[in-house]
Ligand binder design. Structure first.
Ligand code: TK8
Length: 339
């Protein structure tokens, strides 16, 4: 047999074999979902991500597998969002605030003092306004499944206790990569420095920045108490997380697979909120025992802060659109009245 002929036969065999092999491999190979997040495995987002992965695997009978990867090992929020849009990564959970550059309507959640308590946040985020904002992501290549609780944000720094608004003056404060946060903290007199979360610990440790703001849970799980002395309870904004899927990936899944992901995401949301709230209740005492000096902003100062920050409302409204602004205000008012 000539070499050419042998090659031809081999090629033909490869073709006839390849087709059934490929479809067989598709049937048994679990759909692998690379799912990233920014915090540690031992954090609230780590625990809920693990539960999500377990639920997906259970509900799909092992056909879908979620590999959760924490510590921003797949990249910062912004980098992961781009990977999802491009189809290089399937899922992530991160702050809504870091999505504003992609979907401007997300900035509505950055409104200072929008919610008075977590219950109001749940009602509005899980209601029609929350869904509407989430659905805006689709035109940008992302599918939002559910909102989780990051939590009410509080200030930490290494310079001094914040007793009066003026104490914020000149503090180099890391903020999320988001214009509302930059504007808010400039308004309060801080020197606002936008940085990805993944660079924050080092920035605090090396004193590149003096302080930051995040919920108690994160200050604890990311060990910021090791590099921050003062914690001031401000609750200046409620920060949601959002569970995202790459639209490119989503569009290739079946209806049943969509349901598996959505059901698991809802279970993870319910678990996550409960877990986060229970942890937040314990966190202040724990942070104190780790050596942080904690103070509550006195009501009069908190009011001054609230008033000062209301100056950013107009720019948020024009950024997200007056209609969405009004709808959100109405939804909050309704949730508040219903309690
Ligand atoms: C984690 C971030 C974090 C957020 C921040 O990736 O950046 O300060 O609060 O939770 O999304």
């Amino acid at each position: 047999m000539t070499l050419a002929r042998r090659t031809l036969i081999a090629a033909a065999a490869a073709i006839t074999l390849a087709a059934p092999l490929a479809s067989w491999a598709q049937d048994i190979k679990p759909r692998l979902i690379r799912y990233g997040y920014g915090l540690t495995e031992a954090s609230n987002s780590g625990r809920a991500s693990k539960l999500f992965a377990e639920e997906v695997e259970k509900a799909s009978g092992g056909k879908m597998k979620v590999r959760t990867i924490g510590n921003a090992a797949l990249g910062s929020d912004v980098q992961m969002q781009q990977a999802l849009i491009g189809g290089a990564q399937e899922m992530m959970v991160g702050s809504t605030a870091t999505l504003v550059g992609i979907t401007k309507e997300m900035a509505i959640w950055d409104t200072p003092f929008l919610f008075d308590n977590a219950k109001e946040a749940d009602v509005v985020l899980d209601g029609p306004v929350g869904q509407k904002v989430m659905d805006k992501l689709q035109e940008k290549g992302l599918v939002g499944l559910v909102y989780w609780e990051n939590g009410f944000r509080n200030l930490t720094n290494n310079r001094r206790a914040i007793n009066r608004l003026e104490d914020i003056d000149g503090i180099k404060l890391r903020v999320m990569q988001n214009n509302v946060f930059i504007e808010s903290f400039k308004t309060l007199g801080a020197n606002a420095v936008p940085l990805p979360f993944s660079e924050l610990f080092t920035a605090l440790e090396t004193k590149t920045v003096d302080g930051q703001e995040n919920p108690y849970n994160t200050i604890l799980s990311s060990r910021f108490y090791e590099v921050q002395k003062y914690l001031t309870v401000t609750n200046h904004v409620y920060s949601p997380w959002i569970v995202l899927v790459s639209k490119k990936y989503w569009d290739g899944l079946s209806k049943d697979e969509h349901k598996v992901l959505l059901d698991a995401a809802r279970k993870s949301r319910d678990f996550e909120r409960q877990d986060t709230r229970a942890e937040a209740d314990r966190a202040l005492a724990e942070l104190k025992s780790k050596g942080m000096q904690i103070n509550q902003l006195a009501p009069a100062e908190a009011n001054r802060m609230r008033e000062k920050l209301s100056a950013v409302n107009a720019s948020i409204a024009s950024h997200v659109g007056e209609d969405l602004w009004k709808e959100t205000q109405a939804a909050v008012a309704k949730a508040r009245a219903a309690k």
